[in-house]
Design a protein around this ligand. Sequence first.
Ligand SMILES: NC(=O)c1ccc[n+]([C@@H]2O[C@H](COP(=O)([O-])OP(=O)(O)OC[C@H]3O[C@@H](n4cnc5c(N)ncnc54)[C@H](O)[C@@H]3O)[C@@H](O)[C@H]2O)c1
Length: 265
Amino acid sequence: MLRTALDLSGRVAVVTGAASGIGRGSCEVLAELGAAVVCADIDHPGAEATAALIGAAGGRAVAAEVDTASAASVDALVARVAADFGRLDVMANIAGIMHTSTVVDTTDEDLDRVLAVNFKGAFHGCRAAARVMVPQGSGSIVNMASSAIDTAAPGLLCYGAAKAAMIQLTKTLATEVGPHGVRVNAVAPGWTVTGMTGRHWTAEDGTEDPERKAATTAPMARLSPLRRVGEPLDVAYAVAYLASDAAAFTTGQILRPNGGATMPW
Ligand SMILES: NC(=O)c1ccc[n+]([C@@H]2O[C@H](COP(=O)([O-])OP(=O)(O)OC[C@H]3O[C@@H](n4cnc5c(N)ncnc54)[C@H](O)[C@@H]3O)[C@@H](O)[C@H]2O)c1
């Protein structure tokens, strides 16, 4: 009986950033729990590959192309899902980009681009989803933040500012749509092995350098009492929990799958 709280059968989920890493893992877990998943990404072949993986495992998924930086693109995606499926139960705003430059070296264009994809992307997803979920009287929105909301590091102004703004978006929207049965939460993962972080040890042709991988991950692993970095599924399970009825009394919160790395210890 308790398992039914995690059962997403009959639910419809949209996941942005679905072509890779945490987004792909989240699509797989949501589908495994029974949801029909719309795998959306600016990388359409990658989104198709995620949908194919889910289909091969017996789940239900379709691919869609979206640019989260564009309100029109996100609005069109959500309108299409609402028309095709007749509902929207989960909106996971996971698409994101990394950017590093010190404050003095950051151009206006750098800041605009990172805010556009990482913050406005979530804003576009939240707004479009809320417009469907509020009249529907139910739904769960999950925004992908980062440990960068809790710590500062040289070069991370654009990325950290976008993720911090996403937290204010999450809490504000939670207060507005809660009375209508819609929940809004954020996940703030620690350092996780994905395409975003893999660029440190992966060549253009996709080959990995194990020594560089070990050298890059070891200092990040030492930040955690668990002495490891994250894998996409570590974060995907947090997304699935917040998406499900198991989190029915949880809104406006930040869940931190980071191996304990950002607590003072
Ligand atoms: N990997 C980490 O250590 C880590 C830690 C904390 C938070 N995050 C966050 O998790 C999310 C997923 O990152 P990841 O590590 O899986 O990275 P990733 O690079 O593997 O995946 C990001 C995905 O977002 C897509 N994307 C980029 N710009 C887009 C756009 N404009 N519209 C639609 N899709 C777009 C990419 O095509 C890619 O498929 C990001 O928001 C990232 O900031 C990652």
